[in-house]
Ligand binder design. Structure first.
Ligand code: ATP
Length: 358
């Protein structure tokens, strides 16, 4: 278990900045996610931690050891890639044993640790199988066993589930989290799949264009996004433009003038807009309800222009009178509403209307 500290890390590739003064601390035993759109620098940051890249500026610490210039094989990290990177000419056990043989461990110890690692990933008894005789999910488990067998100080995972089908992905999310926690490992996991990050992470960093935009636990990021980019990257949301009027009569809430009336919401608590400042409101589709929300002035009268039934939920597209189109998501739907001219009214609680900087 190791605490990883990244200080002012900067990297340029052919003159363009790919990581820009990144500062981050990942605590010992934490399952930490790097999440962001394609090309934002997630893999580059992970590869610096692994030791495959050296930064142009900045430092990386494992506890109180400066590892910035330490070669990858001396860092004690286990790495798992999207492509699995398994050797096709070696069998399962030989693939898993590879890292231990490189470290010249005695034969008996290797055998013992390989069978232990295969058991951990539920592949016991398959050691002599050829790699081509395994399913995608099993190959992925071999890759995990190979990373675990060296008893790494930290586990680095780069999109490890993206080659699996949806059902296996769900299963492996739970298993990877379980294994990481069981071993008390510090783990850093790169993905662009927000559900993977929300469901597995202790904390996560949202990256954009080589910078960390927000670092927080999943519920904090989802409920208190710091920017428009974070709000829409981490889930579906409705944006409504407006201008702040004043602090509302309710402490902690602000009134915002919008094209279709005054709405009341809150910031994430770290800033307050000035009176008359242009702002953006973010309201999640599932925060809008056809029922009435006591004590909230946030009403959206309009009519349904599209209905999508999904079993567990139903999604509506509503044309708000004099305003924008908004998405509403109702879970466990009983009566499905159909598109039409009939007026409907949805409401949102004040705490579910997040005021963002514009
Ligand atoms: P993805 O989700 O698509 O894997 P990512 O967030 O992991 O993206 P990186 O792979 O870190 O992004 O790449 C960040 C930027 O750096 C991209 O613009 C990429 O083209 C560039 N880049 C990455 N590796 C190199 C390299 N070895 N040489 C030159 N440019 C690179």
């Amino acid at each position: 278990m190791v605490t990883i500290t990244i200080q002012e890390l900067t990297k340029r590739f052919s003159g363009s900045v790919v990581l820009s003064s990144v500062n981050l601390q990942i605590d010992a035993g934490e399952l930490f996610f790097l999440l962001g759109p394609s090309g934002c620098g997630k893999t580059t940051l992970l590869r610096h931690i692994a030791g495959f890249y050296a930064p142009d500026a900045g430092k990386i610490w494992f506890d109180d050891e400066d590892v910035t210039r330490l070669p990858a094989h001396k860092r004690g990290t286990g790495m798992m890639f999207q492509s699995y990177a398994l050797w096709p000419h070696l069998n399962v056990a030989q693939n898993v044993a590879f890292g231990l043989e490189e470290r010249k461990r005695p034969r008996r110890e290797i055998e013992h640790r390989v069978s232990e690692a295969l058991e951990q990933v539920k592949l016991d008894g398959l050691g002599s199988r050829k790699i081509q005789q395994l399913s995608g999910g099993q190959q992925q488990r071999v890759a995990l066993a190979r990373a675990l067998v060296i008893r790494p100080k930290c586990l680095l995972l780069d999109e490890p589930l993206s080659n699996l089908d949806a059902k296996l992905r769900l299963e492996m999310r739970t298993e990877i989290r379980h294994i990481v926690k069981q071993h008390g490992l510090t783990a850093i996991y790169v993905t662009h799949d927000r559900d993977e990050a929300l469901s597995m992470a202790d904390r996560m960093a949202i990256m954009d264009a080589g910078k960390l935009v927000q670092v927080d636990a999943p519920p904090d990021i989802y409920r208190n996004p710091a920017t428009r980019m974070v709000a829409e990257f981490i889930g579906e949301t409705n944006f409504i433009e407006g201008r702040t009027l004043r602090a509302s009569s309710r402490e902690g809430f602000l009134d915002v003038e919008t094209p279709f009336g005054v709405l009341r919401g809150r910031t994430d608590g770290t800033w307050q807009p000035a009176s008359g400042q242009p702002v953006l409101l973010s309201i999640r589709p599932e925060a809008l309800t056809f029922g009435s929300v006591l004590d909230s002035p946030n009403r959206f009268p309009g009519h349904i222009i599209d209905t999508t039934y999904l079993g567990a939920s139903v999604q509506y597209l509503i044309q708000v009178s004099g305003g924008p189109l908004i998405k509403v998501c109702e879970t466990n739907p009983q009566d499905i509403r159909v598109p039409g001219e009939e007026e409907v009214r949805v409401m949102a609680a004040m705490g579910d209307v997040v005021i963002l900087r514009k």
